[in-house]
Design a protein around this ligand. Structure first.
Ligand code: TYC
Length: 118
């Protein structure tokens, strides 16, 4: 027997990697805040909220806004669920105050799908 009997090569069973065994807690789940395109919200407003609420630089904000404009959806940022939810509420309040229909959504970071969301 080349290895001890509890090794995965003997039992054929492995449920955790070494790194995961050593980590005290599971990594907390993270969530994407998605921005959705519409025909009425101005490009300037989207860039402003990306800078103010999602702490993006001007070039990053313009790039994300254009991605959403051309592809329909894009990632504003990735956060804990609570932070993601607060950012969505903050942006929705700012958009509604200006009568913009801007839509946002939250999805788990690990959620698959096409690369439409960057
Ligand atoms: N499509 C909008 C326009 O042409 C701009 C826009 C970009 C709106 C991104 C929403 O999430 C959005 N004015």
């Amino acid at each position: 027997m080349a290895r001890p009997p509890d090794s995965d090569s003997e039992t054929g069973i492995i449920t955790r990697t070494r790194t995961q065994t050593r980590r005290k807690l599971a990594r907390p789940p993270r969530y994407k805040v998605l921005l959705h395109n519409d025909d009425y919200t101005t490009r300037e407003f989207v860039v402003e909220i990306l800078k103010l609420v999602f702490h993006r630089s001007e070039p990053e904000a313009v790039q994300i806004m254009l991605h959403v404009h051309h592809n329909g959806v894009g990632i504003a940022g990735v956060y804990s669920y609570e932070v993601a939810e607060t950012k969505v509420r903050t942006v929705e309040a700012m958009a509604r105050a200006r009568d913009y229909p801007l839509m946002l959504s939250i999805e788990p970071e690990s959620a698959g799908g096409s690369d439409d969301a960057q």
